[in-house]
Design a protein around this ligand. Sequence first.
Ligand code: SF4
Length: 202
Amino acid sequence: MEKIEVLIKNLEKRKIPARYFETKEAAAKAILEEISPEETVTIGGSMTIKDMNLYEDLKNAGNKVLWHWMVAPEERKALLKEAAFTDVFLSSTNAITEGGELVNIDGVGNRVSGMYFGHKKVIVVCGINKICTDVISAMDRVKQSACPQNAKRMNLKTPCAITNECNDCLSAERMCNITTIISHKPMSTELKVYIVGEALGF
Ligand code: SF4
């Protein structure tokens, strides 16, 4: 718990408010309470947000929710365009350092860019399994854990999908194309981090 308290303090030093929840259900309840039904919401590609059932719960609350995972491939491009500028963006992070830096790798770039531009309010949910000592270990976590599991989930023809290890490939289907480190509150975005005391996502 001491580690979480230090992480929350370090995020707040970076002007990123943070809260801790014991369970994903408690975090989901808090998120639902702070999004009003008239706000439009985008969800970034995230197993954490999927496991929290927020897409269904927000729709049931009357929100317009845009999530490219929920539409046919031919509709994705148009949806991503509209989804880039909604009121609220919900995502997880691939890793977070104990010092409060958010480390992410993305293929298209919509998930990482949504964290810092285009939305008034961004809530990033992070399971305790994603807390890493520093940026180097966060990068290692993303490459050796998140990417291979995502490559498998998406049936990509990449070395990591077969060996579970990154060899910094240049495959046609490589999905590690954009790396971001958020080290302070983005100038035009209200970014918050909700840490959950459970293992969530990859
Ligand atoms: S660089 Fe290639 S092998 Fe490494 S994680 Fe990305 S897709 Fe997999």
